[in-house]
Design a protein around this ligand. Structure first.
Ligand SMILES: [Zn+2]
Ligand SMILES: [Zn+2]
Length: 347
């Protein structure tokens, strides 16, 4: 079959012929419906000088936002229908530690025993005609479109997990939330906040078009620039924002988040931008919960699919054939995409 293969750090991926995969015990073979191109893939082949985790040794097939139809079952797999459409939970942990037991393979206590992080991150992913996935990682899509669903495996799951964790800060009247950065994750974040909370949702980005989209999902937008902090604070009657989500994670965005978060608020850095923040006792309002989150749980992904099927989340998607997949990655690297690029191998 053909696949987009990551062959080394600091080198652009290649489209090539690879052996057809076969499902191991407890796994299924999926005919790939869609594979989302995520910015962290650009981190792999363009930004990182070497493997920051020790668990992503090339070569492997890219794609950690995957959906597909069940083609074949590995040994011991029952209760899964051939031909049915599923969304894949990407992370693959040991399956037995405390974190994996609650469906949070991202925080597996024994990742070294597994040897890779996820489909598309150390183990072959979905930028191919077929892929294998542990049956435990499959979330049924029913009759929902599996291609548009693909990016939700990360661009939906990651904001959902961060927002769900911060929901206690948004319970009550007169609450507010802020999304910094309106790429794939931030725009889905606005939709999740609209669906799950009664909070005033504020959004900010440098791109005019992204702000328009956020407004269409119910957000009040504030442009970047000189009075950004003042304008955001004004929208909260000067009290500050109860839950801030930084989907970028660079120095200026973390600084912005810290400048507008309310007393007893939540500041969640979701974006892996490598930014730092010089914390000190009086630097943040009292009792601010300042944390990172990484991806989400299998249970979260079931919730995300339920919201997608209910029409509460609509990812903006641009479809590419496998032949054009490398062009999608080039555009992603060069910042030329306005929507999530999804590779559709069987188009
Ligand atoms: Zn990703
Ligand atoms: Zn584990």
């Amino acid at each position: 079959m053909r696949a987009i293969v990551f062959e080394g750090f600091k080198s652009f991926p290649v489209l090539k012929e690879v052996p057809d995969p076969t499902p191991g015990p407890g796994e299924v073979l999926l005919k790939v419906a869609g594979a989302g191109a995520c910015h962290s893939d650009v981190g792999l082949f363009h930004d990182f000088p070497e493997d920051p985790t020790g668990l992503m040794s090339p070569p492997f097939i890219l794609g950690h936002e995957n959906s597909g139809w069940v083609e074949a079952l590995g040994d011991g797999v029952t209760g899964i229908e051939r031909g049915a459409a599923y969304l894949c939970y990407g992370p693959i942990g040991c399956g037995r530690c405390r974190a994996c037991s609650r469906g949070q393979d991202t925080y597996c206590e024994r990742p070294g025993d597994v040897g890779y992080l996820a489909n598309g991150l150390g183990r072959d992913g979905g930028m191919a005609e077929y892929m294998t996935v542990p049956a435990r990682n499959l979330v049924p899509l029913g009759d929902a479109d599996p291609v548009d669903a693909a990016p939700l495996a990360d661009a939906g799951l990651t904001p959902f997990h961060a927002i769900k964790r911060a929901l206690p800060h948004l319970a009550g009247g007169g609450k507010s939330a802020l999304c910094i950065g309106l790429g794939g994750l931030g725009l889905v974040g606005v939709q999740i906040l609209t669906a799950l909370t009664g909070a005033k949702i504020i959004a900010t980005d440098m791109k005019e078009e992204a702000m328009k989209q956020a407004e269409s999902f119910g957000a009040t937008t504030v442009p970047g620039g000189e009075n950004q902090v003042e304008q955001i604070r004004e929208l909260t009657d000067g009290r500050g924002v109860d839950a801030v989500f930084d989907f970028v994670g660079v120095d200026p965005t973390i600084k912005l988040a810290a400048s507008v978060v309310a007393q007893r608020g939540a500041l969640t850095v979701v974006g892996i931008g490598g930014g730092t923040y010089p914390w000190n006792f009086f630097g943040l309002p009292y009792e601010v919960n300042f944390s990172s989150t990484y991806w989400g749980t299998i249970e979260d992904l079931h919730d995300v699919v339920a919201m997608y099927r209910a029409g509460q989340i609509t990812p903006a998607v641009e479809r590419y054939s496998l032949d054009d997949g490398l062009e999608a990655y080039r555009k992603l690297r060069d910042g030329e995409l306005d929507a999530r690029a999804v590779v559709v191998p069987h188009s």
